[in-house]
Design a binder for this molecule. Structure first.
Ligand SMILES: *Cc1c(COP(=O)(O)O)cnc(C)c1O
Ligand code: SF4
Length: 337
């Protein structure tokens, strides 16, 4: 709970986030220049940037350490030469989304839950992203006023939880989100709404008054699953955005991906859990990397992952230890390691 004595910070001005979004850094050379890394060997590759564009909001860049090519936030976004070498065992559809497609932009893998690929847009392009090869153009749930997705959910009474994912669902305008939830309210078997988003971390200004108003008016318990991989991704602006979400009634969880060179140490993982907790977020999943082409250099082997996880459990309160999982196509849920 947020103590009543501490006034909530004012949310960002409505729509200000769009300008911040447009103003993102897209040129790898500019990024290196901003960080004082122009003349330092970083492994940056323009070819990798052509295959999957660099995109990173300036507020996120401001949280990177100046002059450090190994900065854990930089490593998540900088296109590298290492991405360009095809690796055995790393594919295009690493998690079997293709066969699990249930309708336009709807993925059904697990009992009770329908996941909507709401949109293909993201404010940041994460180099390890398992959807970096996803055919978004044809496949978003928001296209066509959400009709196909809502019809599919309405026709299946076993669906009691709807997950807005993407891409980043909060890259959609608030009226576009409201269009969906207004239609979903008429489906009586839906009991929970979940939103998987990286925006409160990468553009905290997205959590503006209009979005919070929409959230407060939803009739279901809402869980927001954030995506932060390192404690340095949090700052005062992120704290303010998260305080706003909690005050609007959302439960906050975090999922991270275990990434070599970013968070593959007990210290980094413990700091992530502790920093998140300070902002009102509990850890949910620590994912083993999905084996997508171009991401092999981020992989941590299972033995190392399990040993890190054991050490983490020995150090932290139980509720600060995320579940270490991998997504295996065909499984009934994420598979614990
Ligand atoms: C990960 C995932 C979910 C959610 O799984 P939880 O274990 O409930 O977090 C739902 N649908 C799909 C398609 C997923 O990939
Ligand atoms: S925000 Fe999520 S979906 Fe978007 S690029 Fe990053 S990991 Fe992928």
């Amino acid at each position: 709970m947020i103590p009543a004595a501490i006034p909530l910070p004012h949310p960002a001005a409505d729509g200000q986030w769009r300008q911040i979004w447009r103003d993102a850094v897209r040129d790898p050379r500019e990024l290196l220049e901003l960080l004082g890394l122009r003349d330092i060997a970083t492994g940056m590759s323009q070819d990798a940037a052509h295959a999957f564009a660099l995109r990173v909001p300036r507020g996120f860049v401001a949280r990177m350490r100046h002059g450090d090519p190994a900065d854990p936030l930089l490593r998540q976004v900088l296109p590298l030469d290492a991405e360009c070498h095809p690796m055995e065992g790393f594919g295009i559809d690493a998690v079997g989304d293709g066969p699990a497609r249930a309708g336009q932009g709807v993925i059904r893998k697990y009992r009770g839950r329908a996941l909507l690929v709401a949109t293909g847009s993201c404010a940041v392009n994460c180099r390890y992203c398992f959807r970096r090869h996803f055919p978004y153009a044809e496949e978003t749930a928001a296209a066509g006023q959400w009709h196909a997705a809502v019809a599919l959910i309405a026709a299946d009474p076993t669906i009691d939880e709807v997950i807005l994912s993407g891409g980043d669902p909060w890259s959609l305008s608030t009226p576009k989100l409201a269009e969906f939830t207004t239609a979903l309210v008429r489906v009586p078997h839906v009991r929970r709404l979940r939103i998987h988003t990286r925006l409160p971390v990468v553009i905290p200004e997205r959590i503006d008054g209009e979005l919070l108003q929409w959230l407060r008016n939803l009739p279901w318990p809402v869980t927001v699953v954030l995506h932060a991989n390192h404690a340095n991704e949090f700052d005062a602006s992120v704290d303010a955005a998260l305080a706003g979400l909690r005050a609007a009634g959302a439960m906050l969880l975090n999922q991270a991906v275990l990434l070599r060179g970013v968070n593959d140490s007990v210290d980094a993982l413990a700091a992530l859990s502790e920093r998140g907790h300070r902002a009102g977020v509990l850890p949910y999943y620590l994912h083993q990397l999905d084996r997508v082409q171009g991401a092999a250099h981020f992989e941590v082997d299972d033995a190392t992952a399990c040993s890190l996880h054991r050490e983490l459990a020995a150090r932290l309160s139980g509720y600060l230890v995320p579940r270490l999982v991998r997504e295996v196509p065909g499984d009934p849920g994420k598979r614990p390691l």
